[in-house]
Design a protein around this ligand. Structure first.
Ligand code: HEM
Ligand SMILES: *[C@@H]1O[C@H](CO)[C@@H](O)[C@H](O)[C@H]1NC(C)=O
Ligand SMILES: *[C@@H]1O[C@H](CO)[C@@H](O)[C@H](O)[C@H]1NC(C)=O
Ligand SMILES: *[C@@H]1O[C@H](CO)[C@@H](O)[C@H](O)[C@H]1NC(C)=O
Ligand SMILES: *[C@@H]1O[C@H](CO)[C@@H](O)[C@H](O)[C@H]1NC(C)=O
Ligand SMILES: *[C@@H]1O[C@H](CO)[C@@H](O)[C@H](O)[C@H]1NC(C)=O
Length: 378
């Protein structure tokens, strides 16, 4: 009897997962049949235009009474990004970790004073490869449940955890996906970071620590991870994420000597919590500083081609001096690789989100360089 009941509940569970593709699950890279099944079962939400800049872009109290810290519950989704996890733990993003691009843009501006164009650029890049383009939702991480019992779906990592397309190797406090867990806070790596703060930053995170630890993590992955990759867009984000602690995590009342204490670093990286009484920076910021970090220990984009210590530069890859090339590579290689033959609503959604991505850089960086990987929409 017991086994009969468990058989029935198992069958019911399988039946319900078969029809219920999660509305926030990424559609990227799904095999053709599964993609068709998922799209049919999801309600299409046409992506609205993104929010504009903040009316007030100076410093202000962010850890206020309206945004208390609450650790995530068992069903709340968190991922590899300490910046976004923290916003969710304080209610600047939905605490369940299921978000829309508009919410992410607003939260990055409100919480960290991220420049509007840059918040749009990072968000649509993430959404295109890790979000659900039909429902206009994305998750901060977490595995995408399998779509059904037959044919077996690949155990795709979900949301921002998805490897290679945005998440990547040589993170500061997260291990490479090769080791299994690509998104959790890793104490061993943090301890190494803290020792670099002692050695190069007088006990704090400053630009010298950013330079040296960035290089150390690249060398470490090169020597230990046979699948180490520094192909775009990871090449860009690997430098980007080392600047964020200085640009965005330092209290906004600090006017000079912008460095981060270990205590505050741990609060963001590990607990995903704003320090008590924390103010956002008074200077709207984007990616200031990545060129200097990259110049400290130059290396070109590439990957280990045949096991550890076989790093080869890929001469077809754009480097940091070719920002529009990074955009073009992302759109033409990564996005189309995940969605080779979109049709119908999916094609429309891709084109809308690609347009929003390009809009973020059309005036300031890449005028007249829009890419149309699926042809110009009519
Ligand atoms: C538009 C929104 C954003 C998206 C889509 C995003 C996504 C991600 C992803 C996927 C990673 C993982 C990189 C990896 O492990 O390979 C990451 C790392 C990181 N993010 Fe974000 N992020 C966003 C905004 C922010 C903001 C606003 C901050 C800071 C305030 C931030 C700070 C960081 C830091 C410091 C890391 C490095 C973590 C580490 O290496 O230990 N991010 N982000
Ligand atoms: C910040 O706000 C001021 C006043 O509205 C505006 O002039 C300035 O361009 C804004 N800065 C950024 C980077 O958005
Ligand atoms: C933490 O990272 C180190 C170095 O990459 C790795 O050896 C270790 O397995 C990771 N620990 C966990 C718990 O993932
Ligand atoms: C990323 O980590 C998650 C959770 O540990 C895991 O399910 C997923 O397979 C990992 N992705 C890759 C590509 O290793
Ligand atoms: C970082 O801190 C160390 C130790 O105080 C100092 O020698 C170094 O010059 C600092 N780096 C920068 C860029 O200020
Ligand atoms: C930077 O500021 C911190 C905190 O105010 C202080 O402890 C540290 O000594 C300062 N470093 C320098 C080089 O001024």
């Amino acid at each position: 009897m017991v086994s009969f009941i468990s058989f029935v509940s198992l069958a019911l569970a399988l039946a319900s997962t078969a029809s219920a593709f999660p509305a926030y699950g990424t559609l990227a890279g799904l095999p053709r049949e599964e993609l068709a099944r998922a799209v049919t079962n999801l309600e299409y939400v046409k992506a609205p235009p993104p929010p504009g800049p903040l009316a007030y872009n100076g410093t202000k109290l962010v850890y206020d009474k309206a945004h208390p810290f609450k650790a995530p519950g068992p069903n709340d989704i968190r991922g590899p990004c300490p910046g976004l996890n923290t916003l969710a733990n304080h209610g600047y993003l939905p605490r369940n970790g299921i978000v829309t691009p508009g919410q992410v843009i607003t939260a990055c501006m409100e919480g960290y004073n991220m420049e509007n164009w840059f918040a749009r650029f990072a968000t649509y890049a993430g959404h295109l490869v890790d979000g659900n383009l039909i429902t206009n939702l994305m998750s901060l991480g977490g595995p995408t449940p399998k779509t059904g019992p037959a044919p077996p779906a690949p155990a795709l990592a979900g949301g921002l955890d998805t490897h290679v397309v945005f998440e990547g190797d040589a993170s500061m406090t997260r291990a490479d996906a090769y080791w299994g867990d690509n998104h959790s806070f890793n104490q061993t790596l943090y301890d190494e970071l803290a020792s670099f703060m002692d050695k190069y930053g007088g006990g704090r995170y400053n630009w010298t620590v950013a330079n040296e630890f960035r290089w150390q993590r690249i060398q470490d992955s090169m020597a230990t991870n046979p699948e180490f990759s520094l192909m775009q867009p990871r090449y860009f984000t690997v430098y980007l994420e080392t600047t964020f602690p200085i640009l965005f995590f330092v209290d906004g009342r600090t006017t000079e000597n912008r460095t981060l204490s270990k205590e505050d670093a741990l609060s963001f990286f590990k607990t995903n919590k704003f320090p008590e009484d924390w103010y956002r920076t008074g200077v709207p910021s984007s990616f200031d500083g990545i060129f200097d970090v990259a110049a400290a220990h130059p290396i070109k984009p590439g990957k280990n081609v045949n096991g550890v210590n076989t790093y080869e530069v890929d001469p077809t890859q754009p480097d940091l001096s070719q920002f529009c090339g990074i955009y073009a590579d992302f759109v033409n290689r990564i996005v189309t690789g995940l969605y080779p033959n979109p049709t119908g609503e999916l094609l429309e959604a891709l084109n809308i989100n690609l347009q929003y991505l390009y809009d973020s850089i059309s005036d300031n960086f890449c005028p007249d360089q829009q890419q149309f990987p699926y042809g110009k929409p009519q």
